[in-house]
Design a protein around this ligand. Structure first.
Ligand code: F6P
Length: 342
């Protein structure tokens, strides 16, 4: 059996650990031959493959990024795209199936290809933790750790100057990174997309913390909307999937907080730092386990499914069940954190 592996969409810590897990189990237990596919679906369309052996994956579980490269290419676009062309390309190279490691967009493309007769299996990845079929996605824990450490640093400089510090984290339309890092760092306000707030509500909490002698710490998720705002703040145009590129809401909030409360305020956008570097121990283990189970799923012919974490178990979930609705922060989880605000 010959299987191609690709990583697609935004990178995230743990991708290499998945690749290593798949290749180690697949080659030793099942004698599968693997090829790496360069730059996500772009490599499928362009037949950009290379042999992937134990040698290529050695020592990879701690390495950030992806040795395969990634892109946000849509496999149905371009003259060589589309399921018929892709089926021919795979047949020509003797590739029996693809393991696609990616987020919502990648898995949607994988599902479409599967429905068009191509053997595809998914492994969910995203720092945003927004896929509902898996309790946690690898990359999330690392992003939370990076954001928490950054906030600890912001708090010491904020304390020294008695300033309000606003830290903006990623997450697109879900607030998991903000909720977890904000709670871990002891934020006085956490603003997430699931719960719009008014600027006055935010300022009330900021002033309350300040009145107790604290330097207020506000954590805001990039997809947060102030009450009355129709869409998340975006001034950077669209990405390859025509989605608005988010980021910058903290720069909107900071001057408003300063104006209303009279407290000197600074904004910091953490940005792609959250996606870079070495995965946490938790993410290395989760990613490796998903990789091992993906190799098992290939042998079982479990195409059209993705491996996912439910509780502490790794299970298989059909693509159709995994896609569509986002894994948003449930209100009780937000209320739990809100008990510590102000
Ligand atoms: O989905 C992961 C993510 O990091 C989001 O949190 C963020 O909005 C987006 O990707 C950034 O994408 P890009 O790397 O294309 O700027």
């Amino acid at each position: 059996m010959k299987i191609g592996i690709l990583t697609s969409g935004g990178d995230c810590p743990g991708l290499n650990a998945v690749i290593r897990g798949v290749v180690l189990k697949g080659t030793t237990a099942y004698d599968i031959e693997f090829v790496g596919i360069r730059d996500g679906w772009r490599g499928v369309v362009d037949a950009d493959f290379f042999p992937l052996t134990r040698h290529e994956v050695k020592g990879l579980s701690k390495v950030g990024g992806t040795i395969l490269g990634t892109s946000r290419t849509n496999p149905y676009e371009g003259p060589r795209g589309g399921s018929e062309n892709i089926a021919k390309t795979l047949a020509r190279h003797g590739i029996d199936g693809i393991i696609a490691i990616g987020g919502e967009g990648t898995l949607a493309a994988a599902n479409r290809l599967y429905n068009d007769g191509i053997n595809v299996l998914g492994v969910p990845k995203t720092i945003d933790n927004d896929l509902r079929a898996t309790d946690y996605s690898f990359g999330f824990d690392t992003a939370v750790n990076i954001a928490t450490e950054a906030m600890d640093r912001l708090r010491t400089t904020g304390d020294s100057h008695q300033r309000c510090m606003v830290a903006e984290v990623m997450g697109r339309h879900v607030g998991w990174i903000a909720l977890h890092s904000g709670m871990a760092a002891g934020a006085h306000v956490i603003c997430i997309p699931e719960v719009p707030m008014s600027i006055d509500e935010i300022c009330e909490l900021v002033s309350r913390a300040h009145d107790r002698g604290r330097a207020p710490m506000v954590v805001v998720s990039e997809g947060f909307t102030l009450k009355g705002m129709e869409e998340a703040y975006s001034d950077k145009g669209l990405d390859a999937f025509n989605r608005p590129r988010l980021g910058g809401i903290s720069e909107v909030l900071a001057p408003e907080i300063e104006r209303i409360t009279g407290i000197e305020t600074r904004a910091t956008v953490l940005g792609h730092i959250q996606r870079g570097g070495s995965p946490s121990g938790f993410d290395r283990v989760l990613a490796t386990r998903l990789g091992l189970q993906a190799a098992d799923a290939v042998v079982d012919g479990a195409w059209g499914q993705m491996v996912a974490m439910r509780g502490t178990a790794i299970v298989r979930v059909p693509f159709a069940e995994a896609l569509g609705e986002l894994n948003t922060v449930p209100l009780p989880r937000y209320e739990e954190a809100a008990a510590l605000f102000g």
